[in-house]
Design a protein around this ligand. Structure first.
Ligand code: NAI
Length: 483
């Protein structure tokens, strides 16, 4: 079976060599096709950080095993790691955090076992990077949460939880504040939960989740979150089991999957042969299971766990009284322990069932869903306008230009209502959101909205606008705070 391998930058080549040596000793029937991605590819002028040949190889093979890669600073290029995840629609980022005996943490010392799988949405949210300066003082980032995107990652999380006989699946969110975006994600979670009645599904607000994860981590099993919250929560979980050196990551898509460690290129220790290859090895073991090499995965994982249990360690962790191994020696110790089982947490050896990845070209995009069922009407518009003036002055100017069919409902500043009611204690910036709604909730057309904008543009710079839609009886927009 072929897999594409990118060694990466910094410590990437060193830890990749260590892991491939372990795979070689495990007699894995894998053929590696090395591809060119990373910093030096950017430096050669490829703006997405990969050569066209690399892209072609990965797209034809469907599996990429990669080392960490550096994004050149200040060149205006996007991270190749993020580009790869987004280009190939690896919509679910799965990270498994387990107590590793021999890796001391406050929890291992207290005898509290940890086995948490975080599934993070990998494409949407603020990671679209759609950001604008509305005025010189005001930056705006757009956050996309979509129904099909949420359903896709949540369904993956439930399916994975079912396969691993999970006790519980939890949705982390902030739907109490971001009622529409996180509200949609949470709604999708409970929609999918109905298809898995055997799983205990619940939700926890993300700040409370962080507190509970550090006080009672053993209560959690599978946790699914949106992209940014998932990013933060998964690093928190890495801290629970000993840090980034032990955090593997699988980026799962329907056609292409990417396996990599969570950590970066560690430039401070690159080239010294002292990096810890465990996170990349754990990512590789996850890849072997994904490809159906169950027996090989268990043999390698048991050898790793046994090695850690023996107190063998690289310089970044472990007992300071035991001399640390370098990367090559650590890999050699694991190879020497093939066939041995750890006293605690040994993995059962299941038969191999190799599954060759199927890569096929999409004929139509499955994420474009059917139109909404409810009747959709435009009932107003939010106009983001620049002004240095006080709310009453802004309101007067808005009222002067408005059309009969619109009423000015509210002015808000940084999301807080400042007109018709407000507080002198609210601090203002030079950008208001003027909300206009139709008189008597009569349906509006886009032309009405454009005409209103045209009139207001005489007095204001309009930085951005959003339509206010009704879907049947449901408002498809949020209220300003205090409205
Ligand atoms: P980093 O994860 O590379 O390093 C943070 C700290 O952890 C450093 O002190 C480093 O020595 C240590 N460390 C990391 N991995 C280690 C290992 N395997 N063994 C022993 N110690 C280890 O994070 P940093 O410094 O923020 O990023 C460096 C570069 O890596 C940046 O260019 C960044 O963009 C890139 N990066 C790439 C990622 C990827 O390819 N998926 C992920 C994160 C960062």
């Amino acid at each position: 079976m072929k897999i594409a391998v990118a060694k990466g930058d910094g410590i990437g080549p060193e830890i990749m060599e260590a892991v491939l040596n372990i795979f070689k000793a495990g007699k894995l029937p894998l053929e590696y096709q090395f591809v060119d991605m990373g910093k030096w590819v950017f430096d050669q002028g490829y703006s997405n950080g990969m050569t066209p040949e690399a892209q072609e190889t990965i797209e034809s093979i469907g599996i990429l095993f990669k080392g960490p890669m550096e994004t050149p600073k200040g060149k205006g290029v996007k991270s190749v790691n993020v580009t790869a995840r987004k280009t190939w629609n690896t919509y679910a980022n799965k990270r498994v955090f387990q107590t590793l005996h021999g890796v001391d943490t406050v929890f291992s010392k207290a005898g509290i076992p940890i086995d948490i799988t975080v599934v993070r949405e990998n494409i949407e949210d603020t990671y679209g990077g759609i950001e604008h300066m509305l005025t010189h003082d005001v930056a705006l980032s757009r956050r996309f949460i979509t129904r099909p995107g949420s359903l896709q990652v949540i369904r993956y999380a439930f399916e994975m939880a079912r396969k691993k006989n999970a006790r519980r699946i939890t949705c982390g969110h902030k739907a109490n504040i971001m009622k529409i975006t996180d509200g949609l994600f949470l709604e999708c979670f409970y929609e999918v939960a109905k298809e898995y009645p055997e799983l205990k599904a619940d939700d926890v607000i993300v700040d409370d989740l962080c507190m509970k994860l550090v006080t009672k981590p053993d209560l959690f099993d599978v946790v699914v979150l949106t992209n940014l919250q998932g990013d933060i929560v998964s690093d928190l979980c890495a801290g629970l089991v000993g840090g980034l050196g032990f955090a593997p990551s699988a980026n799962i898509g329907d056609h292409i999957c990417i396996f990599e460690a969570v950590h970066g290129t560690a430039p401070d220790i690159a080239g010294k042969n002292i990096a810890n290859p465990t996170a990349l090895l754990l990512s590789g073991i996850a890849m072997l299971r994904h490809l159906g090499f169950m027996e090989h995965a268990a043999e390698i994982e048991n050898a790793l766990l046994y090695t850690l249990e023996q107190g063998i360690h690289t310089g970044d962790f472990g007992d300071r009284n035991i001399t640390s191994k370098n990367t090559t020696e650590f890999a050699a110790a694991i190879i020497a322990n093939f066939g041995k089982k750890p006293a605690q947490g040994a993995k059962p050896s299941l038969p191999n069932m190799p599954v060759t990845p199927t890569v096929f070209k999409l004929e139509k995009n499955p994420l474009i869903m059917t139109k909404e069922m409810e009747e959709e009407t435009i009932v107003g518009v939010d106009l983001f306008i620049e002004s240095m003036e006080q709310p009453t002055v802004v309101a007067e100017k808005c009222l002067k230009h408005t059309l009969d069919i619109f009423k000015l409902v509210t002015l808000s500043n940084r999301g807080t209502q400042v007109w018709p009611k407000g507080s002198v204690f609210t601090n203002l910036v030079n950008q208001y959101n003027a909300r206009f709604e139709s008189v008597g909730d009569a349906p509006l057309t886009q032309t009405d909205v454009i005409e209103l904008q045209r009139r207001l543009a005489k007095d204001f710079k309009i930085c951005s606008s959003e339509l206010l839609n009704m879907w049947g009886e449901k408002k498809a927009y949020s209220l300003a705070q205090g409205q």
